[in-house]
Design a protein around this ligand. Structure first.
Ligand code: SF4
Ligand code: SF4
Length: 355
C-alpha cells in the first residue's frame, strides 16, 4: 500500500501501525446515476480486502449493493450518519447527478441531487469514484437527456477527491482510504482533484510496449505478426499517450494484468470527459506527425489533446479543452497540478472543474 502511494520506505511501518489501531471512522457509499461498476470494482480490492475495509478499518455504514438493510431501515441508517456524525464521516459517491428531471433517479422519494447535497455537504471529505461521479460520464455526452453533472459541480466547495476511471481502480481507492486513515488528510491533488500518486504520470511512459513505439514497431491489424509479438497499439487507437493514470503499474485483478498487456489499446478512461475526448475507441487520432524515436510522449499527448479539442468544440464545450505544454517544474496555470512528470514535458488534459 505504501508503494502504491509512492511513500518512502519508512512510511510502511506507520501505515501498518495506523491500521492496527482500528479507529473505524464512519463511511457511507452512495450509488446515484450509475451502473454499479465501481462497486463491483471495489469488491475486488485485495490489499486491503473489501472485508477488511468494511468490517475492520472503517465503519462502512451505508452501501446499497452490499448492506443487509433495505427500504426505510436503510434510509434510517443514512439519516443517522448524517446527523450524528456530521463533519466526521467519509462519503464515497458513484454515479453522476441528474438534474434535468426532478423525478428522475430518486431514492426513498428524494432526488439524487438532494441526497448528494445533504450527504456530501455534511461529510469530512468526499471521494468521487468512476467517470460518472468525476465528470458526468457517458450520460453527460450530448444530448445529455438527464442533465447529468459531476459530484463536484452538483455540490461545490467540498473537500473532494476525484478517482477517475471507468471503473476506478480499487487498489488506488483503497490506498487513498489508507492514506486518509494514516495522515488524517487527503494526498496532493492535480487540477482535476485527482491524487498525484495515481494520476501523475502519462500511461504511455509506463507502458511495457513503449520500446516498440520508440522503435516504430506497430500492430497494423489485430491478427498480424506485430500483434502476436506485442508491438505498440498506437495505430489501433491506443490513447495511452493522452491519459495520465497508474493503470500499467497497479493493474487489475490483484495486479494480474492490464488491458494493453492483454492486447487492447487504452481508452484513457481516467481522463477528464474521456467519453467525448478519447473516442472512437479504435480510431487513431489524427495530426500526430512522425511518431517514432524522436517523439516524446508529451509531444504526442499535446497533439492528441489538440485533436480532441475539435471534438469537444463540436459538443459545444470548446472552452473545456486546452492542452498546455510547459517545461518540467514550471508552475501550472490555475492550480497546483504537475502531471506527466515521467515525460520530458508536462501536460494538462483539460480545464479543472469549477468546484
Ligand atoms: S501507444 Fe499505447 S501501446 Fe503504444 S506504447 Fe503508448 S501506451 Fe503502450
Ligand atoms: S488501459 Fe486505459 S482505458 Fe483501460 S483501464 Fe487502463 S487506463 Fe482505463
Amino acid at each position: 500500500m505504501a508503494a502504491v502511494l509512492g511513500l518512502p520506505a519508512g512510511a510502511a511501518a506507520q501505515v501498518a501501525a495506523t491500521l492496527e489501531k482500528k479507529r473505524r471512522p464512519v463511511l457511507v457509499w452512495l450509488e446515484l446515476q450509475d451502473c454499479a461498476g465501481n462497486t463491483e470494482s471495489m469488491l475486488r480490492s485485495s490489499h486491503p480486502s473489501i472485508t477488511e475495509l468494511v468490517l475492520s478499518f472503517f465503519s462502512w455504514e451505508y452501501h446499497e449493493t452490499i448492506m443487509a438493510a433495505a427500504g426505510k431501515q436503510a434510509n434510517a441508517v443514512l439519516d443517522r450518519v448524517v446527523h450524528e456524525d456530521a463533519g466526521k464521516y467519509l462519503a464515497i459517491v458513484e454515479g453522476s447527478i441528474p438534474t434535468g428531471n426532478p423525478g428522475y433517479c430518486t431514492i426513498g422519494g428524494r432526488s439524487a441531487l438532494d441526497i448528494a447535497k445533504q450527504v456530501c455537504g455534511n461529510a469530512a471529505a468526499v471521494i468521487a469514484v468512476g467517470s460518472c461521479a468525476f465528470d458526468g460520464g457517458p450520460q453527460r455526452s450530448a444530448p445529455n437527456p438527464t442533465g447529468a453533472i459531476s459530484v463536484g459541480e452538483a455540490v461545490p466547495n467540498l473537500n473532494l477527491v476525484n478517482m477517475g476511471g471507468c471503473p476506478h481502480n480499487p487498489a488506488n481507492t483503497a490506498a487513498l482510504l489508507v492514506y486518509w486513515l494514516t495522515y488524517g488528510r487527503m494526498p496532493a491533488l492535480d487540477a482535476h482533484k485527482r491524487p498525484l500518486f495515481a494520476y501523475g504520470h502519462i500511461i504511455h511512459d509506463q507502458c511495457e510496449r513503449r520500446a516498440n513505439f520508440d522503435a516504430g514497431r506497430f500492430v497494423e491489424r489485430w491478427d498480424d505478426d506485430g500483434a502476436r509479438r506485442g508491438y505498440c497499439l498506437y495505430k489501433m487507437g491506443c490513447k495511452g499517450p493522452q491519459g495520465t493514470f497508474n493503470c500499467p503499474v497497479v493493474r487489475w485483478n490483484d495486479g494480474t494484468s492490464w488491458p494493453v498487456e492483454s492486447g487492447h489499446g487504452c481508452a484513457a478512461c481516467a481522463s477528464y470527459r474521456f467519453w467525448d475526448t478519447a473516442l472512437p475507441l479504435y480510431q487513431r487520432l489524427p495530426g500526430v506527425p512522425g511518431f517514432g524515436v524522436d517523439i516524446t510522449a508529451g509531444k504526442i499527448g499535446g497533439w492528441m489533446t489538440a485533436g480532441v479539442a475539435t471534438g469537444l468544440a463540436l459538443h459545444g464545450i470548446a472552452s473545456a479543452a486546452r492542452s498546455q505544454m510547459r517545461p518540467r517544474g514550471e508552475a501550472p496555470r490555475g492550480g497546483p497540478t504537475e502531471i506527466g512528470r515521467g515525460s520530458g514535458l508536462v501536460e494538462r488534459e483539460g480545464p479543472p472543474e469549477k468546484s
